[in-house]
Ligand binder design. Structure first.
Ligand SMILES: [Zn+2]
Length: 58
């Protein structure tokens, strides 16, 4: 993959949050969000930040 140069800071930012619709575990407990593990995928023309929450069973 070619190395990307830094994106201009004045580009519009579009945050795309991808969260599960159901945060209830199959076992019946409530899933806990792991906030440290985020996928960060900046786009090219506008800065599109894809943020996928990771959820785990307690
Ligand atoms: Zn569970």
């Amino acid at each position: 993959m070619p190395k990307r140069t830094a994106l201009p800071a004045d580009l519009p930012r579009v945050d795309c949050h991808h969260e599960p619709e159901n945060t209830r575990c199959a076992c019946g407990c409530a899933l806990k969000r792991i906030s440290e593990k985020l996928d960060y995928t900046p786009g090219v023309f506008t800065v599109e930040c894809h943020i996928r929450g990771k959820w785990t069973c307690a």
